[in-house]
Design a protein around this ligand. Structure first.
Ligand code: NDP
Ligand code: HSE
Length: 436
């Protein structure tokens, strides 16, 4: 048996304490698989006195997490604090400068500072970075894409990338509970980010999508070109009407190679109930990869939470222990700058929920705007009758350019009869890179 692998963990929250527990619980199995044991020698977190349900009695504590990188009793630095601009970056930088392997779950850092991390890696002699847990929790999508599908030209990568949002949308539909109450449940279960607006505003999913797009297309992650909209404005009425129309609402991340460049979007979409993705519920994630030889591959499983994420982190530790050299961060030695496509030119059908006064002439005004914006209506739904009062009216469009319907929605929102901004959602049928 080889010498034990000495691990330093920075961050002992949901994921860090899960990793600590897994390493302890499966110690014999892991030692057998790696032909060496793994021992946590040092840790760091903000509050030393916090009760965490783990025994830190024999473990060295560092007040400053960056010190883990210089600790001679740490072979591998495991960064589980999160955040793109705090000590997580300093720790990773120091570890790579000290030629140590790094394992991280930090998608914000990789998405926003991927190019810097890549530069650090190039200068490191022996440092590597592994980040399976950064996308889709326990689902091995990074390995799947980078290794299992390495022979393919990837046309598209897309799916459900945020467990918190999928949990909220599933529970709102199944239980009729309120958005705020269900978000609190997601936080209690350890699914949400430290700042849950990262989840519900689609930011976390856009970080993950940009990492996947970087891998799939050999590009530096480019979060700025991801059209990003979260789920704050999805209401019970949207879920009910979507269902009536044969759809469910899912926060989808979609990255596609097109003739115009790479399209990237994160937004709540209507998906037909007949597609598998409509049935991915709770904190599950689902990632489709469309390769030119593999065809479409679907990977699905728990996308958030302590145990599933720990599984992905420890899988990376096993790779390090076995001496498998991780490929560069972005799957290619020399990543390109991504050429973004103008998403306004994307076409599709759309769902538009208006909240308008129930009075004569309103639909005529709305129709005139749609006509002027070159948008063709497929259906109009209004339930009930409330003269002079606000009512929801649901429109669905035929295939139209996204820029045209966005313009129409803006103009409709300015009508005197419109009492709140219209809510627009794409009806995703996956024509290019279909998930059927
Ligand atoms: P938590 O908020 O539960 O834990 C964060 C940990 O980092 C805490 O132990 C905290 O210390 C410590 N920490 C935070 N800031 C500092 C600092 N400045 N100095 C020292 N320690 C610090 O987060 P999670 O465990 O949920 O997430 C960790 C990482 O994993 C993030 O990058 C997240 O995006 C990612 N991730 C999370 C998943 C999940 O399901 N939760 C899934 C996949 C990835 P203290 O406990 O003392 O406050
Ligand atoms: N907050 C993230 C989510 C954790 O809900 O998906 C997993 O990355």
């Amino acid at each position: 048996m080889n010498a034990p692998l000495k691990i330093g963990i920075a961050g002992l929250g949901t994921v860090g304490s899960g990793v600590f527990q897994l390493l302890e619980h499966n110690a014999a199995l892991l030692a057998d698989r790696m032909q060496r044991s793994v021992v946590v020698t040092a840790v760091s977190a903000r509050s030393k006195g916090k009760s965490r349900g783990i025994d830190l009695g024999k473990v060295k504590w560092h007040d400053n997490p960056v010190d883990l990188a210089g600790d001679k009793d740490v072979d591998v630095v495991v960064e589980l604090m999160g955040g793109a601009f705090g000590p997580a970056y300093d720790l990773i930088k120091k570890a790579l400068e000290n030629n140590k392997p790094v394992v991280t779950a930090n998608k914000a850092l990789l998405a926003l500072r991927g190019a810097e991390v890549l530069a650090l890696l190039k200068n490191s002699k022996g440092g590597t970075i592994s980040y399976e847990a950064a996308v889709a929790g326990g689902v091995p999508v990074i390995k799947g894409l980078r290794e299992g599908l390495a022979a393919n030209k990837i046309n598209a990568v897309y799916g459900i990338l945020n467990g918190t949002c999928n949990f909220i949308l599933s529970e709102m539909r199944a239980t009729g509970g309120s958005f705020d109450d269900i978000l609190k449940q997601a936080q209690a279960k350890g699914y949400a980010e430290a700042d849950p607006s990262f989840d519900i505003d689609g930011i976390d999913a856009s970080h993950k999508l940009s990492i996947l797009a970087g891998l799939a297309f050999g590009c530096v992650p480019d979060v700025a070109s991801v059209r990003t909209k979260g789920i704050r404005n999805v209401k019970a009425v949207d879920i009910a009407f979507a269902s009536e129309l044969g759809h469910r609402i899912k926060l989808l991340g979609i990255a596609r190679r097109t003739a115009r460049g790479i399209e990237q979007s994160v937004e709540p979409c209507l998906v037909p109930k007949t597609t598998p993705v409509a049935h991915i519920e709770g904190a599950q994630n689902a990632v489709y990869v469309d390769g030119d030889y593999s065809g479409k591959i679907l990977l699905t499983g728990a996308g958030a939470g302590s145990r599933a994420t720990a599984s992905a982190v420890v899988a990376d530790i096993i790779d390090v222990a076995r001496g498998r050299v991780a490929l560069p961060l972005l799957g290619v030695a020399d990543p390109q700058r991504l050429k973004p496509a103008n998403i306004d030119e994307r076409t599709g059908s759309y769902f538009l929920r208006l909240m308008v006064l129930d009075e004569p002439g309103v639909i005529a005004d709305v129709s005139a705007i749609l006509r002027d914006c070159n948008v063709s209506l497929e259906s109009v739904l209004q339930r009930g009758h409330a003269p002079g009062q606000p009512v929801p009216v649901i429109l669905t469009s035929h295939k139209t350019a996204e820029g045209d319907i966005l313009k129409a929605a803006g103009l409709i929102g300015k009508l005197n009869s419109s009492v709140e901004p219209p809510h627009l959602m794409r009806i995703e049928t996956f024509e290019n890179g279909a998930m059927t």
